[in-house]
Design a protein around this ligand. Structure first.
Ligand SMILES: Nc1ncnc2c1ncn2[C@@H]1O[C@H](COP(=O)(O)OP(=O)(O)OP(=O)(O)O)[C@@H](O)[C@H]1O
Length: 397
Protein backbone atom coordinates (compact mmCIF):
# COMPACT_ATOMS: atom_id res chain seq x y z
CA UNK A 1 0.00 0.00 0.00
CA UNK A 2 1.25 3.51 -0.71
CA UNK A 3 2.08 5.49 2.38
CA UNK A 4 -0.61 8.06 1.52
CA UNK A 5 -3.41 5.47 1.60
CA UNK A 6 -5.06 5.63 5.03
CA UNK A 7 -4.05 2.71 7.20
CA UNK A 8 -7.66 2.12 8.21
CA UNK A 9 -10.76 3.21 6.33
CA UNK A 10 -14.24 2.92 7.80
CA UNK A 11 -16.92 3.21 5.18
CA UNK A 12 -20.59 3.78 6.05
CA UNK A 13 -20.58 1.77 9.24
CA UNK A 14 -24.05 1.23 10.73
CA UNK A 15 -24.84 -0.64 13.89
CA UNK A 16 -27.97 -1.01 16.01
CA UNK A 17 -28.41 -2.75 19.36
CA UNK A 18 -31.92 -4.05 20.08
CA UNK A 19 -33.34 -1.78 17.37
CA UNK A 20 -31.51 1.29 18.74
CA UNK A 21 -29.30 2.75 16.05
CA UNK A 22 -25.93 3.75 17.43
CA UNK A 23 -23.94 4.20 14.22
CA UNK A 24 -25.69 5.50 11.11
CA UNK A 25 -23.21 5.33 8.27
CA UNK A 26 -20.04 6.50 9.99
CA UNK A 27 -17.14 7.07 7.61
CA UNK A 28 -13.61 7.97 8.61
CA UNK A 29 -9.95 7.48 7.73
CA UNK A 30 -7.09 6.74 10.07
CA UNK A 31 -3.82 7.90 8.60
CA UNK A 32 -0.57 6.05 9.19
CA UNK A 33 1.70 7.33 11.97
CA UNK A 34 -0.71 10.10 12.90
CA UNK A 35 -2.65 10.76 16.07
CA UNK A 36 -6.34 10.57 15.20
CA UNK A 37 -8.86 11.72 17.78
CA UNK A 38 -12.50 10.74 17.97
CA UNK A 39 -14.63 13.07 20.04
CA UNK A 40 -18.37 13.22 20.57
CA UNK A 41 -21.11 13.17 23.15
CA UNK A 42 -21.13 10.61 25.91
CA UNK A 43 -22.88 7.40 24.83
CA UNK A 44 -22.65 8.50 21.20
CA UNK A 45 -20.93 5.32 20.01
CA UNK A 46 -17.23 6.22 19.96
CA UNK A 47 -16.19 3.01 21.70
CA UNK A 48 -18.58 1.00 19.55
CA UNK A 49 -16.93 2.48 16.44
CA UNK A 50 -13.45 1.52 17.60
CA UNK A 51 -14.60 -1.94 18.67
CA UNK A 52 -15.55 -2.55 15.03
CA UNK A 53 -11.95 -1.95 14.00
CA UNK A 54 -10.55 -4.44 16.47
CA UNK A 55 -13.17 -7.04 15.62
CA UNK A 56 -15.07 -7.02 18.91
CA UNK A 57 -18.24 -5.89 17.12
CA UNK A 58 -19.40 -6.66 13.58
CA UNK A 59 -21.18 -3.93 11.59
CA UNK A 60 -24.76 -4.38 10.37
CA UNK A 61 -23.63 -2.72 7.16
CA UNK A 62 -20.58 -0.91 5.83
CA UNK A 63 -17.00 -1.93 5.31
CA UNK A 64 -13.67 -1.61 7.09
CA UNK A 65 -10.55 -1.61 4.97
CA UNK A 66 -7.24 -2.26 6.69
CA UNK A 67 -4.04 -1.60 4.78
CA UNK A 68 -6.04 -1.85 1.58
CA UNK A 69 -7.80 -5.13 2.36
CA UNK A 70 -11.54 -5.12 3.22
CA UNK A 71 -12.40 -7.10 6.35
CA UNK A 72 -15.08 -8.88 4.33
CA UNK A 73 -12.33 -10.44 2.14
CA UNK A 74 -10.04 -11.30 5.00
CA UNK A 75 -9.22 -14.78 6.21
CA UNK A 76 -9.18 -15.50 9.93
CA UNK A 77 -5.37 -15.69 9.97
CA UNK A 78 -5.03 -12.29 8.26
CA UNK A 79 -7.27 -10.82 10.89
CA UNK A 80 -5.20 -12.36 13.69
CA UNK A 81 -2.11 -10.83 12.11
CA UNK A 82 -3.81 -7.41 12.24
CA UNK A 83 -4.64 -7.90 15.88
CA UNK A 84 -0.98 -8.59 16.60
CA UNK A 85 -0.10 -5.21 15.12
CA UNK A 86 -2.47 -3.41 17.50
CA UNK A 87 -2.56 -2.68 21.16
CA UNK A 88 -5.07 -0.95 23.46
CA UNK A 89 -5.21 1.26 26.46
CA UNK A 90 -8.67 1.04 27.98
CA UNK A 91 -10.68 3.60 29.91
CA UNK A 92 -10.32 1.85 33.27
CA UNK A 93 -6.72 0.76 32.52
CA UNK A 94 -7.84 -2.92 32.73
CA UNK A 95 -4.90 -3.85 34.92
CA UNK A 96 -4.98 -7.19 36.69
CA UNK A 97 -5.10 -6.66 40.43
CA UNK A 98 -3.55 -10.02 41.20
CA UNK A 99 -0.43 -9.29 39.10
CA UNK A 100 2.42 -6.95 39.93
CA UNK A 101 3.14 -3.92 37.79
CA UNK A 102 5.96 -5.91 36.14
CA UNK A 103 3.68 -8.86 35.34
CA UNK A 104 0.93 -6.60 34.01
CA UNK A 105 3.37 -4.97 31.59
CA UNK A 106 4.85 -8.33 30.59
CA UNK A 107 1.47 -9.84 29.79
CA UNK A 108 1.07 -8.78 26.12
CA UNK A 109 4.62 -9.99 25.39
CA UNK A 110 3.83 -13.39 26.87
CA UNK A 111 0.57 -13.57 24.90
CA UNK A 112 1.92 -12.44 21.53
CA UNK A 113 5.53 -13.62 21.38
CA UNK A 114 7.56 -16.58 22.44
CA UNK A 115 10.46 -14.75 24.05
CA UNK A 116 13.18 -16.16 26.26
CA UNK A 117 13.12 -15.09 29.91
CA UNK A 118 15.97 -12.61 29.49
CA UNK A 119 14.58 -10.97 26.35
CA UNK A 120 11.21 -10.60 27.98
CA UNK A 121 12.65 -9.11 31.13
CA UNK A 122 14.83 -6.68 29.16
CA UNK A 123 11.88 -5.39 27.16
CA UNK A 124 9.68 -4.98 30.23
CA UNK A 125 12.46 -3.29 32.22
CA UNK A 126 13.13 -0.85 29.37
CA UNK A 127 9.50 0.32 29.41
CA UNK A 128 9.42 0.39 33.18
CA UNK A 129 12.45 2.65 33.23
CA UNK A 130 11.16 4.90 30.44
CA UNK A 131 7.90 5.45 32.26
CA UNK A 132 9.62 5.92 35.60
CA UNK A 133 7.98 2.95 37.27
CA UNK A 134 11.11 1.23 38.58
CA UNK A 135 10.23 1.81 42.20
CA UNK A 136 6.76 0.32 41.91
CA UNK A 137 7.60 -2.59 39.58
CA UNK A 138 6.95 -5.20 42.26
CA UNK A 139 3.83 -3.54 43.66
CA UNK A 140 0.23 -4.35 42.79
CA UNK A 141 -2.01 -1.87 40.91
CA UNK A 142 -4.12 -1.16 44.00
CA UNK A 143 -1.00 -0.02 45.89
CA UNK A 144 -0.15 2.77 43.45
CA UNK A 145 -1.83 6.08 42.53
CA UNK A 146 -4.31 6.56 39.66
CA UNK A 147 -1.73 8.52 37.66
CA UNK A 148 0.82 5.73 38.05
CA UNK A 149 -1.76 3.14 37.02
CA UNK A 150 -2.23 5.11 33.79
CA UNK A 151 1.54 4.98 33.24
CA UNK A 152 1.49 1.22 33.80
CA UNK A 153 -1.35 0.91 31.27
CA UNK A 154 0.64 3.01 28.80
CA UNK A 155 3.78 0.92 29.39
CA UNK A 156 1.73 -2.21 28.73
CA UNK A 157 0.27 -0.74 25.54
CA UNK A 158 3.78 0.17 24.32
CA UNK A 159 5.70 -2.94 25.36
CA UNK A 160 5.10 -4.93 22.18
CA UNK A 161 6.17 -1.91 20.09
CA UNK A 162 2.83 -1.99 18.28
CA UNK A 163 2.16 -0.29 15.00
CA UNK A 164 -1.28 0.92 16.11
CA UNK A 165 -2.48 1.87 19.57
CA UNK A 166 -6.10 2.53 20.49
CA UNK A 167 -6.62 4.72 23.54
CA UNK A 168 -10.15 4.65 24.92
CA UNK A 169 -10.49 7.72 27.12
CA UNK A 170 -6.99 7.46 28.53
CA UNK A 171 -7.49 10.42 30.88
CA UNK A 172 -10.78 9.46 32.52
CA UNK A 173 -10.81 10.01 36.26
CA UNK A 174 -7.66 12.13 36.33
CA UNK A 175 -7.39 15.70 37.54
CA UNK A 176 -6.63 18.42 34.95
CA UNK A 177 -2.88 18.40 35.55
CA UNK A 178 -2.56 14.61 35.25
CA UNK A 179 -4.79 14.66 32.14
CA UNK A 180 -2.34 16.99 30.46
CA UNK A 181 0.52 14.80 31.61
CA UNK A 182 -1.04 11.69 30.04
CA UNK A 183 -1.52 13.54 26.75
CA UNK A 184 2.06 14.79 26.80
CA UNK A 185 3.22 11.24 27.53
CA UNK A 186 1.30 9.92 24.53
CA UNK A 187 2.67 12.76 22.42
CA UNK A 188 6.25 12.17 23.52
CA UNK A 189 6.10 8.42 22.84
CA UNK A 190 4.38 8.99 19.55
CA UNK A 191 7.25 11.25 18.48
CA UNK A 192 9.77 8.63 19.55
CA UNK A 193 8.10 5.48 18.26
CA UNK A 194 5.92 6.85 15.48
CA UNK A 195 2.97 4.49 15.92
CA UNK A 196 -0.51 5.17 14.58
CA UNK A 197 -2.68 6.35 17.46
CA UNK A 198 -6.45 6.47 17.75
CA UNK A 199 -7.67 8.33 20.83
CA UNK A 200 -11.26 8.45 22.03
CA UNK A 201 -11.61 11.37 24.39
CA UNK A 202 -13.79 14.05 25.95
CA UNK A 203 -10.84 16.25 26.69
CA UNK A 204 -11.43 19.29 24.58
CA UNK A 205 -9.37 21.39 24.02
CA UNK A 206 -6.40 19.40 25.39
CA UNK A 207 -6.61 16.81 22.63
CA UNK A 208 -6.32 19.58 20.01
CA UNK A 209 -2.72 20.14 21.05
CA UNK A 210 -1.61 16.62 20.16
CA UNK A 211 -4.02 15.28 17.51
CA UNK A 212 -3.24 15.57 13.81
CA UNK A 213 -6.83 14.84 12.84
CA UNK A 214 -10.00 15.28 14.87
CA UNK A 215 -13.20 13.40 14.02
CA UNK A 216 -16.52 14.36 15.55
CA UNK A 217 -19.07 11.58 15.93
CA UNK A 218 -22.56 13.01 16.24
CA UNK A 219 -25.86 11.11 15.91
CA UNK A 220 -24.03 8.09 14.56
CA UNK A 221 -22.15 9.90 11.80
CA UNK A 222 -18.81 11.63 11.47
CA UNK A 223 -19.83 15.26 11.01
CA UNK A 224 -16.31 16.69 10.93
CA UNK A 225 -12.92 15.31 10.05
CA UNK A 226 -9.92 17.61 9.82
CA UNK A 227 -7.11 19.31 11.66
CA UNK A 228 -7.72 20.95 15.06
CA UNK A 229 -7.00 24.32 13.44
CA UNK A 230 -9.64 23.71 10.75
CA UNK A 231 -12.10 22.74 13.47
CA UNK A 232 -11.37 25.84 15.54
CA UNK A 233 -11.73 28.05 12.48
CA UNK A 234 -14.93 26.43 11.26
CA UNK A 235 -18.04 28.58 11.35
CA UNK A 236 -20.37 25.60 10.85
CA UNK A 237 -23.15 26.02 13.46
CA UNK A 238 -23.38 22.22 13.78
CA UNK A 239 -19.87 22.21 15.25
CA UNK A 240 -20.63 25.04 17.66
CA UNK A 241 -20.88 22.91 20.80
CA UNK A 242 -17.54 21.29 20.04
CA UNK A 243 -15.65 24.47 19.32
CA UNK A 244 -17.39 27.06 21.48
CA UNK A 245 -19.11 24.96 24.12
CA UNK A 246 -18.93 26.27 27.65
CA UNK A 247 -16.42 23.66 28.78
CA UNK A 248 -14.04 24.94 26.14
CA UNK A 249 -14.28 28.60 26.97
CA UNK A 250 -12.47 28.57 30.23
CA UNK A 251 -9.36 26.48 30.49
CA UNK A 252 -10.00 23.91 33.18
CA UNK A 253 -6.52 24.09 34.57
CA UNK A 254 -5.97 27.81 34.98
CA UNK A 255 -9.38 29.41 35.02
CA UNK A 256 -8.11 31.50 32.09
CA UNK A 257 -9.59 31.73 28.62
CA UNK A 258 -7.98 29.58 25.96
CA UNK A 259 -6.66 31.18 22.79
CA UNK A 260 -9.91 30.91 20.86
CA UNK A 261 -12.18 32.35 23.51
CA UNK A 262 -9.61 35.02 24.40
CA UNK A 263 -9.54 36.24 20.79
CA UNK A 264 -13.35 36.28 20.65
CA UNK A 265 -13.58 38.22 23.88
CA UNK A 266 -11.04 40.83 22.70
CA UNK A 267 -12.86 41.18 19.40
CA UNK A 268 -16.15 41.62 21.24
CA UNK A 269 -14.58 44.29 23.48
CA UNK A 270 -13.22 46.06 20.38
CA UNK A 271 -16.64 46.09 18.74
CA UNK A 272 -18.41 47.36 21.88
CA UNK A 273 -16.05 50.23 22.75
CA UNK A 274 -17.88 53.58 22.63
CA UNK A 275 -17.62 57.16 23.90
CA UNK A 276 -14.79 57.60 26.37
CA UNK A 277 -14.22 53.86 26.68
CA UNK A 278 -10.93 52.30 25.67
CA UNK A 279 -9.64 48.84 25.00
CA UNK A 280 -6.72 48.07 27.29
CA UNK A 281 -4.38 45.13 26.79
CA UNK A 282 -1.51 43.92 28.96
CA UNK A 283 0.75 41.04 27.97
CA UNK A 284 3.17 38.78 29.78
CA UNK A 285 5.68 36.98 27.62
CA UNK A 286 7.26 34.00 29.37
CA UNK A 287 10.32 33.31 27.25
CA UNK A 288 11.63 29.81 27.88
CA UNK A 289 8.30 28.32 28.97
CA UNK A 290 8.18 26.02 25.94
CA UNK A 291 11.70 24.76 26.61
CA UNK A 292 10.81 24.27 30.25
CA UNK A 293 7.81 22.14 29.19
CA UNK A 294 9.98 20.08 26.86
CA UNK A 295 12.80 19.44 29.28
CA UNK A 296 11.26 19.56 32.71
CA UNK A 297 7.79 18.23 31.89
CA UNK A 298 4.46 19.98 31.65
CA UNK A 299 3.65 19.53 35.31
CA UNK A 300 6.12 22.15 36.53
CA UNK A 301 5.17 24.63 33.81
CA UNK A 302 1.45 24.16 34.45
CA UNK A 303 1.92 24.70 38.17
CA UNK A 304 3.65 27.99 37.42
CA UNK A 305 0.96 29.15 34.99
CA UNK A 306 -1.70 28.17 37.50
CA UNK A 307 -0.01 30.31 40.11
CA UNK A 308 0.20 33.28 37.79
CA UNK A 309 -3.43 32.78 36.74
CA UNK A 310 -4.58 32.76 40.34
CA UNK A 311 -2.79 36.05 40.94
CA UNK A 312 -4.16 37.64 37.76
CA UNK A 313 -7.70 36.57 38.63
CA UNK A 314 -7.29 38.20 42.04
CA UNK A 315 -6.90 41.71 40.60
CA UNK A 316 -8.99 41.53 37.41
CA UNK A 317 -11.71 44.18 37.49
CA UNK A 318 -15.24 43.09 36.68
CA UNK A 319 -15.80 42.49 32.99
CA UNK A 320 -12.06 42.19 32.20
CA UNK A 321 -10.66 38.90 30.95
CA UNK A 322 -7.37 37.03 30.88
CA UNK A 323 -6.20 34.11 28.79
CA UNK A 324 -3.30 32.28 27.25
CA UNK A 325 -2.62 33.42 23.70
CA UNK A 326 0.07 30.74 23.42
CA UNK A 327 2.10 28.60 25.80
CA UNK A 328 4.35 31.60 26.39
CA UNK A 329 2.00 34.57 26.21
CA UNK A 330 -0.65 35.59 28.73
CA UNK A 331 -2.98 38.44 27.79
CA UNK A 332 -5.20 40.57 30.01
CA UNK A 333 -7.87 42.66 28.31
CA UNK A 334 -10.50 45.13 29.46
CA UNK A 335 -12.90 47.61 27.99
CA UNK A 336 -12.83 50.55 30.38
CA UNK A 337 -13.38 54.27 30.96
CA UNK A 338 -10.91 54.25 33.82
CA UNK A 339 -7.62 55.67 32.59
CA UNK A 340 -5.66 54.03 35.38
CA UNK A 341 -6.61 50.45 34.32
CA UNK A 342 -3.50 49.91 32.22
CA UNK A 343 -1.33 51.22 35.03
CA UNK A 344 -3.06 48.87 37.46
CA UNK A 345 -2.43 45.86 35.23
CA UNK A 346 1.22 46.73 34.72
CA UNK A 347 1.96 47.50 38.37
CA UNK A 348 0.28 44.28 39.54
CA UNK A 349 2.19 42.17 37.05
CA UNK A 350 5.45 43.84 37.99
CA UNK A 351 4.71 43.19 41.66
CA UNK A 352 4.17 39.49 40.90
CA UNK A 353 7.42 39.07 39.02
CA UNK A 354 9.59 41.13 41.33
CA UNK A 355 8.60 38.97 44.27
CA UNK A 356 11.79 37.26 45.40
CA UNK A 357 10.40 33.71 45.30
CA UNK A 358 9.10 34.15 41.76
CA UNK A 359 12.30 35.85 40.63
CA UNK A 360 14.41 33.02 42.03
CA UNK A 361 12.13 30.49 40.38
CA UNK A 362 12.44 32.23 37.00
CA UNK A 363 16.23 32.37 37.25
CA UNK A 364 16.40 28.73 38.25
CA UNK A 365 14.30 27.62 35.28
CA UNK A 366 15.77 30.15 32.84
CA UNK A 367 12.49 31.92 32.31
CA UNK A 368 12.71 35.48 31.02
CA UNK A 369 9.69 37.66 31.60
CA UNK A 370 8.57 40.60 29.50
CA UNK A 371 5.58 42.73 30.33
CA UNK A 372 3.84 44.96 27.83
CA UNK A 373 0.67 46.96 27.65
CA UNK A 374 -1.18 49.36 25.40
CA UNK A 375 -4.35 51.32 24.90
CA UNK A 376 -5.29 49.68 21.67
CA UNK A 377 -6.50 51.45 18.58
CA UNK A 378 -10.05 50.32 17.94
CA UNK A 379 -10.90 48.50 14.74
CA UNK A 380 -7.88 46.19 14.97
CA UNK A 381 -8.26 42.42 14.87
CA UNK A 382 -7.61 40.66 18.19
CA UNK A 383 -4.35 39.34 16.75
CA UNK A 384 -3.09 42.81 15.77
CA UNK A 385 -4.24 44.25 19.09
CA UNK A 386 -2.18 41.65 20.96
CA UNK A 387 0.83 42.36 18.72
CA UNK A 388 0.47 46.07 19.47
CA UNK A 389 0.66 45.38 23.21
CA UNK A 390 3.52 42.89 22.79
CA UNK A 391 5.51 45.50 20.85
CA UNK A 392 5.76 47.57 24.04
CA UNK A 393 7.24 44.67 26.02
CA UNK A 394 9.96 45.40 28.56
CA UNK A 395 12.11 42.80 30.23
CA UNK A 396 11.45 42.32 33.94
CA UNK A 397 13.19 39.15 35.00
N1 LIG B 1 -22.61 -4.74 23.10
C1 LIG B 1 -23.57 -3.84 23.28
N2 LIG B 1 -24.85 -4.20 23.38
C2 LIG B 1 -25.83 -3.29 23.53
N3 LIG B 1 -25.62 -1.95 23.59
C3 LIG B 1 -24.37 -1.53 23.50
C4 LIG B 1 -23.27 -2.43 23.35
N4 LIG B 1 -22.14 -1.70 23.28
C5 LIG B 1 -22.50 -0.41 23.40
N5 LIG B 1 -23.83 -0.31 23.54
C6 LIG B 1 -24.57 0.97 23.65
O1 LIG B 1 -24.16 1.81 22.60
C7 LIG B 1 -24.17 3.19 23.05
C8 LIG B 1 -22.86 3.82 22.69
O2 LIG B 1 -21.87 3.32 23.57
P1 LIG B 1 -20.34 3.72 23.52
O3 LIG B 1 -19.70 3.08 24.69
O4 LIG B 1 -19.77 3.47 22.19
O5 LIG B 1 -20.41 5.30 23.73
P2 LIG B 1 -19.24 6.34 23.83
O6 LIG B 1 -19.47 7.38 22.79
O7 LIG B 1 -17.92 5.64 23.83
O8 LIG B 1 -19.56 6.95 25.25
P3 LIG B 1 -18.65 7.44 26.46
O9 LIG B 1 -17.97 8.65 25.93
O10 LIG B 1 -19.65 7.79 27.52
O11 LIG B 1 -17.73 6.33 26.83
C9 LIG B 1 -24.48 3.15 24.53
O12 LIG B 1 -25.83 3.50 24.70
C10 LIG B 1 -24.22 1.72 24.93
O13 LIG B 1 -25.07 1.34 25.98
Amino acid sequence: MSSTTPLIQLRNISKAFGGREILRGATLDIQRNEITAIIGKSGGGKSVLVKHIIGLITADSGEIIFDGIPYSNMKRKDFSAIKNRCSYMFQNNALFDSMTVFENIALPLREKFKLGKKDLEDKVRARIEQLELTEVAQMYPKQISGGMQKRVALARALVTEPEIIFFDEPTTGLDPIRKKTVFSMIHRYHEKLNFTAVIITHDIPDIFYIAHTVNILDEGRIIFSGSPVALEQSSDPGLYTYTHGHEMLIDELTGLHNRLSLMRKIEAFGAEVQGSEQLVLATVRLLGMRTMMDYKGDLLAHAFIRNLAKFVNSFLPEGACAGMFSKEILVIAAKTKDESTLELFLSQLEAFFTNLTIETYCHKHRLQVEIGGALVTTGLSAYSAIQEALATSKKYV
